[in-house]
Design a protein. Structure first.
Length: 488
C-alpha cells in the first residue's frame, strides 16, 4: 500500500482548497464565530480543520471512504487485519473490545492491575470479572503483569470464561509474556484482549517489546496520544483472527462512541501512521539512544536508582521492559515520589509522569531530544540537592499483597447502581465499596465496586492522600468518607 498517502489530511487539504461553505455543525463555522480571545490562544488552524466528518470532510454517503482508507492503511502499517479509529480515547476502545467478547453475567478473565476504564466496562456491561492476580515484587512494592500460568490456572477454574484481558505494557513499562497468554486463550478457543494503551510505538522498532498483534492477541487497544503523535483522545484498536467478528467489534464501538467524531483527532492518527512507516525506525533509534544516555546519567545522581531489566524482568516479574519509561526510585533521598514531582513542577516547570510512595518517572518518546533531556536531568540533580527540604515525608502504609487483594462479593454493576450511602472511612471496613478508589496516575483501582473493603486498603488510601496521592474518582477525593452499598 502507498503509505505516502494520508487520506484524512489529504481530504482536509482539499476541503480548504475548495473553500466550502458549511451550513452544518460545528457552529463556529471555520472559526468565524469563535471568540477572538480563544482564537488567539488556540490558533485559527484548529478551527479551520475542525469540520464535520460527513457533509464536510466526506460527503453525506461517505462515498469517498476517507476514514476507511485511513484505517486500512493503519492496519497494513502494523500488520493487523482490521483497524478502527476512536476519538474517545482508549477508555472507549477497551470497553468496545470487552463488549465484543462477553455480555451480561458472562465471565471474563481480567488482570487485577487493569485500568479504571476496564472496571467501567464491567460496570456498564454487567460482565462477571474473574480476577487474575499480578506478580508482586515484595522488595520494591510493585506489581508486574499477571503470568501466563496465572491465566492458565484461572481458565482451569473457570472454563466457561469467554476470554481474557491483560494490560501490557503497564505505566511502569513492564510487559507480559503475551505470546504465552495468547496461546493459553486459544487453547480454550477464546480471544485475548490486550490493553496496550502505553504501547502504540511498539510495532515500529525491533528493540522495543513485542507488540500484541505479533504475539497473537486478538484485539489490541492503543492510545496513540500517549506514546505516539496523536492528539489527546486519539486511540486505535486492532483486530486479527476469527474469534471476534469485525462487524461485532465495530457495532460495539458504535454503541459507545460519539456520533460527532473529531476530524482533528482522525487527522493526527492518520499523519502519525505515515510518520511511523516512513521514519519510525530512525526516530526510535534516536529515542532509544537518548533513553540509554538519560538512564545512565540519572544513575549518577546520589540517592536515585533507575530501574532496568535487572530489577523488573525475570522469573516472577515481567517478561520485558520498555526502556522509554524511565522509572526512578527515590527512597535513597528519604522522601516520596509525590514530593519529588511536586517540587520539580514548582521549581522547574517540568511535569513528571507517574509518582508513587517511592518512585517518580519520566516518559520519553520520539519527540524528546537533548534539550528536554538536559532539562530533566538538571531538575533531578536540583531536587536531589534540596532533598533535605522534602524530609521527612509522610509514610504511606502499603499493604502486603494478601491485604491489598480485596474479595469481590458483588458484581461491579450491582454495587455501583445499587442503594448506597456515604460513611466515614473507619466505618467502611467490612463494607462493600460502591465506587472506584483509584490512585492516579497510574489509574489502577485499589478498590472497586463490589469489593469488600478492609482496614489495610483504607489506611493505604488515607495515608497516601496525606502524603500526596490523588484519588480523583472517589466521591470524597480525600477518602475521609467512602461510598458503600446499603446493608439490608
Amino acid at each position: 500500500m502507498d503509505h505516502a498517502q494520508a487520506p484524512v489530511l489529504d481530504a482536509l487539504a482539499a476541503y480548504h482548497v475548495e473553500n466550502q461553505t458549511p451550513f452544518t455543525p460545528p457552529g463556529h463555522k471555520q472559526g468565524r464565530g469563535a471568540d477572538p480571545r480563544v482564537r488567539a490562544i488556540l490558533g485559527d488552524a484548529v478551527f479551520q480543520s475542525d469540520v464535520l466528518a460527513t457533509s464536510g470532510l466526506d460527503d453525506r454517503t461517505s462515498s469517498q471512504g476517507v476514514l476507511a482508507k485511513a484505517q486500512e492503511l493503519m492496519a497494513d502499517a502494523v500488520g493487523a487485519e482490521h483497524t478502527f479509529f476512536s476519538t474517545c480515547g482508549s477508555s472507549l476502545s477497551i470497553k468496545a473490545a470487552m463488549l465484543s467478547v462477553a455480555g451480561p453475567h458472562e465471565k471474563l478473565l481480567v488482570g487485577r492491575d487493569a485500568h479504571k476504564s476496564v472496571v467501567s466496562g464491567l460496570v456498564l456491561a454487567g460482565i462477571v470479572p474473574v480476577w487474575v492476580d499480578p506478580q508482586w515484587d515484595a522488595e520494591r512494592h510493585l506489581a508486574h503483569p499477571p503470568s501466563a500460568d496465572a491465566f492458565r490456572a484461572a481458565f482451569a477454574e473457570h472454563p466457561d470464561a469467554r476470554g481474557a484481558l491483560v494490560t501490557t505494557p503497564t505505566p511502569y513499562g513492564t510487559c507480559s509474556d503475551l505470546a504465552a497468554i495468547a496461546r493459553t486463550c486459544h487453547e480454550h478457543g477464546v480471544p485475548l484482549i490486550v490493553d496496550e494503551a502505553w504501547g502504540a510505538h511498539l510495532p515500529f522498532h525491533p528493540d522495543l517489546p513485542t507488540w500484541a498483534m505479533d504475539a497473537g492477541a486478538d484485539v489490541c487497544v492503543t492510545s496513540v496520544h500517549k506514546m505516539g503523535s496523536g492528539l489527546e483522545q486519539g486511540s486505535v484498536f486492532h483486530l486479527q483472527g476469527d474469534l471476534i467478528e469485525p462487524e461485532v467489534l465495530k457495532n460495539r464501538e458504535d454503541l459507545l462512541g460519539t456520533t460527532s467524531p473529531s476530524v482533528l483527532v482522525y487527522a493526527a492518527l492518520d499523519g502519525w501512521r505515515r510518520q511511523m512507516v516512513q521514519h519510525g525506525h530512525a526516530l526510535y533509534d534516536d529515542a532509544l539512544a537518548l533513553a540509554k544516555d538519560v538512564r545512565a546519567r540519572i544513575a549518577e545522581i546520589d540517592g536515585m536508582h533507575v530501574h532496568g531489566r535487572d530489577d523488573f524482568c525475570g522469573p516472577g516479574r515481567s517478561a520485558a521492559l520498555d526502556p522509554l519509561q524511565v522509572i526512578v526510585d527515590v527512597t535513597g533521598l528519604g522522601t516520596t515520589g509525590y514530593r519529588i514531582a511536586d517540587w520539580i513542577r514548582a521549581h522547574h516547570r517540568i511535569n513528571l509522569h507517574l509518582s508513587d510512595h517511592r518512585r517518580t518517572s519520566a516518559q520519553l518518546t520520539h519527540a524528546d531530544d537533548s534539550r528536554t533531556a538536559n532539562a530533566l536531568l538538571a531538575a533531578l540533580r536540583d531536587v536531589a540537592a534540596h532533598a533535605d527540604e522534602l524530609r521527612p515525608a509522610p509514610r504511606v502504609e502499603v499493604p502486603d499483597p494478601a491485604d491489598l487483594r480485596l474479595e469481590q462479593v458483588m458484581l461491579p454493576r450491582d454495587a455501583f447502581f445499587g442503594r448506597v450511602e456515604q460513611v466515614p472511612w473507619e466505618s467502611a471496613v467490612g463494607r462493600v465499596s460502591a465506587e472506584m478508589l483509584t490512585p492516579y496516575p497510574p489509574g489502577i483501582p485499589a478498590a472497586l465496586p463490589g469489593e469488600k473493603l478492609n482496614a489495610e486498603v483504607l489506611r493505604y488510601l488515607r495515608s497516601g492522600v496525606e502524603a500526596g496521592m490523588v484519588v480523583p474518582d472517589a466521591a470524597d477525593t480525600e477518602v475521609k468518607t467512602v461510598r458503600v452499598t446499603v446493608e439490608d
